[in-house]
Design a protein around this ligand. Structure first.
Ligand code: NAD
Length: 373
């Protein structure tokens, strides 16, 4: 089996597998190729790959020779023309938002595994790229906000006067949100949190933050740990309650997402108007529409002196650790689809294999993606 590691497009500094991780893959029957410069932005030089036994090759050579390709971001249309039939690709392709692209990949005879579709079960935790990358994004979001914010985070009482602590509001207490809470608390901020899942209240409180209670959230117990869409009545009540907290906040980190759906709009323009100039909002849901009125993906905009950063790929700004954790997720996943001799072994009875496979044998095979075509 030949495994190929592609260089990601310029906007993503990560790499699917670091040199020391590739080493563990190289066995009698498995060769690993890496595109020249694949790890450069993540501080993994070509020489380090070579020292680990990986051969450096051109993109075309990798596409033409590999049986299994690792590429976090989608392949290009040009890439598809060069692949062997039946090539396996592993990455993060958001198929619930890219169903037509997945259909093209099926026609190109790719077997696609999209790791963002892995079920959120205990057994799948070691392969859960959404968690490993969201954890970094939540941490980076707070650090970014702290540098953009023109005031202190912690409280200070000095001979030159007193500084009150920053007030941070975190919307969505999933993996990214909880890490944002922990990081903001470490920096000395006073933190409030809102989430539609009441189950997170205890976790929020154990991190020293206040949970904003809104009655009547829709039951999400059947949604595998994810949020579900809320009723109009709940949304109205949530907005009312949030408006009070938004007006008092200096920093807001938004992370609220619903799988396969546009992100809920939680902060309206009127709410923005109530914030003081110099406040900072980091919208981690920007790529799916954003939680804030006026958010633009991959762009920073200003609303009456409030800085709104739309960025859903903050993990890429910490490429070394992001790649390390992503690569470990990938290695764990590959153990599920390869036998000890390095041969591909796809067991569609396995819920993780089935749940993450989007295209196979010339067809889109994932029910939720099929439902979108
Ligand atoms: P996510 O990125 O899909 O969403 C972020 C958060 O936004 C969620 O907590 C969600 O409830 C919240 N949200 C959605 N709509 C909202 C709204 N209108 N207002 C306020 N908040 C809203 O979530 P995620 O971080 O990927 O994971 C969510 C949860 O899944 C985790 O907290 C965890 O409980 C579970 N999980 C389980 C596993 C596992 O067992 N393997 C792995 C990862 C996550």
């Amino acid at each position: 089996m030949i495994v190929g590691i592609l260089r990601e497009p310029n906007h993503d500094k990560r790499v699917s597998l670091l040199p020391e991780q590739a080493k563990s893959l190289i066995k009698n029957n498995t060769r690993v190729l890496a595109e020249a410069g694949a790890g450069a932005a993540a501080f993994a030089a070509d020489e380090a790959y070579v020292a680990s036994g990986v051969a450096i090759a051109s993109r075309d050579e990798i596409l033409q020779q590999s049986d299994l390709i690792l590429a976090i971001q989608p392949l290009t249309a040009n890439d598809l023309t060069k692949l062997k039939s039946g090539t396996v690709v592993i990455g993060v392709y958001q198929p619930l938002f890219t169903a037509p692209l997945m259909q093209d990949w099926a026609r190109a005879q790719l077997t696609t595994f999209s790791l963002d579709m892995i079920p959120r079960t205990t057994r799948a935790q070691s392969m859960d790229v959404l968690s490993s990358q969201a954890n970094i994004a939540g941490y980076r979001a707070v650090l970014l906000a702290a540098t953009l914010y023109p005031r202190y985070f912690p409280m200070f009482m000095t001979a030159a006067g007193s500084i009150t602590p920053a007030r941070v509001l975190v919307l969505g207490a999933g993996v990214a949100g909880l890490q944002a809470v922990a990081t903001a608390r470490r920096l000395g901020a006073v933190v409030e949190v809102s989430d539609t899942r009441p189950a997170v209240k205890e976790e929020v409180m154990s991190l020293g933050a206040k949970f904003i209670e809104v009655e009547g959230a829709a039951d999400a117990s059947g949604a595998g740990g994810y949020a579900v869409e809320q009723s109009e009545e709940y949304k109205r009540r949530q907005q009312q309650r949030l408006a009070e907290s938004v007006a008092k906040s200096d920093i807001i980190i938004t992370t609220a997402q619903i799988p396969g759906k546009k992100a809920p709009l939680l902060i309206t323009e009127a709410m923005l108007d109530s914030m003081r100039a110099g406040s900072v909002i980091i919208d981690l849901a920007a790529s799916t529409g954003g939680n804030v009125a006026g958010t633009q993906n991959d762009t920073t905009v200003y609303h009456k002196g409030i800085c709104i950063v739309g960025n859903s790929s903050l993990a890429s700004d910490m490429p070394s650790d992001a790649s390390k954790l992503y690569g470990k997720n990938v290695l764990n996943f590959m153990q599920l689809i390869m036998d000890k001799e390095g041969n591909l072994l796809l067991n569609f009875e396995d819920d993780i294999v089935k749940g993450s496979c989007v295209t196979h044998n010339g067809a889109v095979v994932h029910d939720r993606v099929l439902g979108l075509l």
